[in-house]
Design a protein around this ligand. Structure first.
Ligand code: NZQ
Ligand code: ZN
Length: 395
C-alpha cells in the first residue's frame, strides 16, 4: 500500500426531486450571478432547465444561460463562455448535463480565474491557480466529472482532445436525481456504464500498492455496474438500477478506487482520447473498442491482477492456470460489452482508420502522455500503435 491523499470536497444531494433545491444550494454559496451551462437540448426537452430557472427565480438569484455544449466539448464554446461570464460578471457556474457540460464549465471557470489562454492548461504548459466555483445538476451517469478533478476539452484546430487535472476544479456540489437519467437513449446509458467500469479498471490494473480494501470496493463497484447495466438494458426506467449506476459513476472517478495504489494506468483513456479527437466517437464506446486489445497486449506484465479480475469480478472459475483464467476474464468482459451493444473493436465502433491515421493517433497519444503511459505495462508510441492495430483487426 502506497501513501495517498484523498480529497472530495463536493457536497452530494442524491435522490428524487433534489434539483428543486438548486436555488437554496446556490444561495448558500453567496454568489452574485450564475452562468447556467447546458448541452444540445435534452434539458430543454425534459423541462429540467425550466425547473432550475424557477428555483433560482424563487431565491432571486440572477443568471445568464449558455447552451450548445456537444459531446467531446469544444474550446470555441469555452472561449465564448469566458467572454460572456466576464461581460456579465458571473461568479458561479451551474453545469446542467453530463461530463461534456461539466468539463466545459470547468474550462470556463479556469478561464475566468486565471489570466492568459485557457488552452495552456490542457496543453500542460502552465498550471491553473484557481477556478470559479462549479455546481452540477447531473443528467447522465458516466464521466464522473461531478466529483473529479478532471476536465477534457477538444480544440477544433487539429481536433486535439486533451485532459487537465487540478483539484481546484472539483465541483462544490452535485445534485443527482437518478430519474433525470431515464430519458437517456440506450446507447448513452451503455456508454456511461462502460466509462464507469473503465474508471475503476484503470485504477485496478496497476503494478503497485494495491490494497485489499480498495480492491474490494472496486470489485463490488464493477459487479454492481454490470448487473445494473443489464437491468437497464431491459428496463430503462428502473429507478434503483439508475441510482446504483449513478452513485457508482461518482465513486469510480472521485479517487476512492485509487487509494493506496500507484494512481492508475489510464492508457485506455489516453488511447480513446485520440479516437474522440480524430473521429468524434462517444467516449464510452471508444473505450470499449480498444479495451480488449489493450488488455491482451499488457496482460503478461500484470498477470495476477487480470487473474484476480477474472475470478472476483467476472465470476470465472479458476482453471488451474493463471494465464488461462486471466484470458477467460478478458473474454467475459468483451462478452459483457457485446451484451449491452458496446463495440469491442474499431470496426464495431463504426470507424476504419487508415494505417497513417493509426500512426498519427499513436504519435499524438504518446506526446499527450509525455512519452509513456501506463502502470499495468508502461506503453510507448510503438506499443500504442500495436494496440490500435490490434483494435483495427490488423492482427
Ligand atoms: O447535450 P444534450 O442534449 O444534453 O445530450 C447529451 C449528449 O448528447 C445526452 N444526454 C445527457 N443527459 C441526457 C441526455 N440525453 C437524454 N436525457 C438525458 N438525461 O447524452 C449525450 C452525451 O453527453 P455527455 O455529457 O457527452 O456524456 P458523458 O457524461 O459521457 O461525457 C463525456 C465527456 O466527458 C469526458 C469524455 O472524454 C467526454 O468528452 N470525460 C470527462 C472526465 C472527467 N471530467 O472527469 C473523465 C472521463 O474519463 C471522460 O474522459
Ligand atoms: Zn472516462
Amino acid at each position: 500500500m502506497f501513501p495517498f491523499s484523498y480529497y472530495t470536497p463536493t457536497k452530494i444531494l442524491f435522490g428524487r426531486q433534489t434539483e428543486n433545491q438548486i436555488g437554496d444550494l446556490v444561495q448558500k454559496t453567496c454568489c452574485k450571478k450564475v452562468l447556467i451551462h447546458y448541452g444540445s437540448g435534452s434539458v430543454l426537452r425534459s423541462g429540467l432547465l425550466d425547473r432550475i430557472q424557477s428555483s433560482l427565480h424563487e431565491k432571486e438569484i440572477s443568471y445568464v444561460t449558455l447552451g450548445g455544449v456537444v459531446p467531446n466539448p469544444r474550446l470555441s464554446l469555452v472561449y465564448k463562455g469566458i467572454e460572456l461570464c466576464k461581460k456579465e460578471q458571473v461568479d458561479f457556474i451551474l453545469a446542467v448535463g453530463g461530463g461534456s457540460v461539466i468539463d466545459s464549465a470547468k474550462a470556463i471557470g479556469y478561464g475566468i480565474a486565471n489570466e492568459g489562454d485557457v488552452w495552456d492548461f490542457y496543453d500542460h504548459t502552465r498550471q491553473a491557480a484557481a477556478c470559479l466555483p462549479i455546481g452540477v445538476v447531473l443528467t447522465i451517469a458516466a464521466a464522473g466529472s461531478e466529483m473529479s478533478n478532471s476536465s477534457v476539452i477538444t480544440k477544433e484546430e487539429g481536433m486535439i482532445k486533451r485532459g487537465y487535472n487540478n483539484d481546484v476544479c472539483r465541483p462544490v456540489f452535485a445534485v443527482m436525481n437518478p430519474e433525470l437519467t431515464m430519458t437517456l437513449p440506450a446507447y448513452q446509458t451503455a456508454c456511461g456504464c462502460t466509462d464507469i467500469l473503465m474508471h475503476t479498471m484503470e485504477r485496478y490494473f496497476t503494478n503497485g500498492g494495491n490494497m485489499e480494501l480498495t480492491d474490494a470496493i472496486a470489485e463490488g463497484l464493477m459487479r454492481t455496474v454490470m448487473k445494473n447495466a443489464l437491468i437497464l438494458r431491459d428496463d430503462p426506467k428502473n429507478y434503483n438500477a439508475r441510482a446504483e449506476v449513478m452513485w457508482a459513476g461518482s465513486l469510480s472517478h472521485n479517487g476512492l478506487t485509487g487509494c493506496g495504489n500507484d494512481g492508475g494506468d489510464f492508457a485506455t483513456h489516453g488511447l480513446e482520447h485520440e479516437l474522440g479527437g480524430m473521429f468524434d466517437v462517444a467516449h464510452g464506446a471508444g473505450l470499449a473498442a480498444v479495451w480488449g486489445s489493450w488488455a491482451r497486449y499488457v496482460k503478461n506484465d500484470c498477470l495476477h491482477r487480470f487473474y484476480r479480475f477474472a475470478v472476483q469480478v467476472m465470476g470465472i472459475e479458476d482453471t488451474g492456470s493463471e494465464n488461462e483464467t486471466a484470458c477467460r476474464g478478458i473474454e467475459a468482459m468483451e462478452d459483457f460489452y457485446r451484451s449491452i451493444d458496446m463495440p469491442t473493436n474499431l470496426k464495431e465502433l463504426g470507424i476504419e482508420p487508415t494505417d497513417e491515421q493509426l500512426k498519427k493517433m499513436a504519435h499524438m497519444c504518446s506526446i499527450a502522455a509525455g512519452g509513456s503511459k501506463g502502470s499495468a505495462k508502461k506503453l510507448v508510441e510503438k506499443d500504442m500503435l500495436e494496440i490500435y492495430r490490434m483494435a483495427a483487426g490488423l492482427y
